[in-house]
Ligand binder design. Structure first.
Ligand code: HEM
Ligand code: HEM
Length: 199
């Protein structure tokens, strides 16, 4: 994120067809493809040997922000025509990502990123209750434990709704991403056709 902000500060304007602007477009687009492909592949790899989902999602979000930020620098703030439509689609996908991130974290999860089972949630609530019932608990600790227990209970009540919304979000976010890449590849094809003198 810091790198993206620094790049924004140093390079307020670059021509998309010039060397730097080109490099930004290509690097950003490559990062966006990596964002999509790496996470989708990891999600379908059902073994734990690839590291926790949590880490992959963190990387997905990082590259999903930095890639579009580089692409935005490449656009020269023009938002018309095919290339402009692509740029707007990129931003829609990123905003949609933030919505998904909210819904994703609203569901209680293990540190590995899996949704917690009913039994695991019950065990956690039981553990909080046990800690709360210990004699001589400092008032501050007691308040914190009570708040944690109440928060968890509220999240449990909302599980069905958040699960439904996350499923709905998936059905919107994925086609949005596909549409964005279709536009992106069309723009690259057009830019190369005209830009590289292939007429
Ligand atoms: C999703 C990713 C991308 C978006 C949103 C995007 C968007 C844009 C925008 C808005 C412009 C300015 C158009 C104008 O001046 O009217 C532009 C120009 C350009 N883009 Fe991209 N771009 C992306 C990726 C790429 C990639 C990967 C390449 C290279 C293969 C590329 C090559 C170019 C070229 C050569 C121009 C200059 C065209 C000209 O000056 O006529 N772009 N792009
Ligand atoms: C270039 C930008 C992005 C693209 C192309 C993209 C694409 C995708 C795709 C295709 C999936 C579905 C993976 C699957 O179910 O197999 C996904 C999931 C997800 N993305 Fe993105 N994304 C982008 C940026 C972001 C950003 C910026 C965020 C957060 C701020 C984000 C958050 C999420 C979340 C929370 C999930 C769901 C995780 C899950 O249910 O396992 N994405 N993304």
């Amino acid at each position: 994120m810091a790198i993206a902000i620094a790049v924004f500060a140093v390079l307020p304007r670059t021509a998309p067809g010039a060397a730097v602007g080109h490099a930004l477009g290509i690097a950003g687009f490559a990062l966006m493809i990596a964002t999509e492909v790496a996470y989708s592949l990891r999600k379908r790899a059902r073994t734990g040997a690839w590291g926790p989902m949590q880490t992959w999602l963190r990387v997905h979000i990082f590259t999903g922000i930095v890639g579009p930020a580089l692409v935005l620098l490449h656009t020269n703030w023009r938002f018309s025509g095919l290339a402009g439509a692509t740029a707007i689609a990129v931003m829609v996908v990123v905003v949609s990502g933030f919505v998904g991130r909210y819904l994703y974290t609203a569901l209680p999860r293990t540190t590995a990123g899996e949704e917690m089972s009913q039994a695991a949630i019950a065990a956690l609530l039981g553990e909080l209750d046990t800690q709360l019932s210990q004699p001589g608990l400092a008032p501050r600790v007691s308040r914190q434990l009570t708040a944690a227990r109440d928060r968890l209970k509220l999240r449990v009540v909302r599980i069905p709704r958040h699960r439904r919304l996350l499923a709905l979000w998936h059905t919107v976010h994925v086609p949005l991403g596909v549409g964005m890449f279709v536009l992106g590849f069309a723009h690259v094809a057009v830019a190369l056709y005209y830009g590289a003198g292939l007429r």
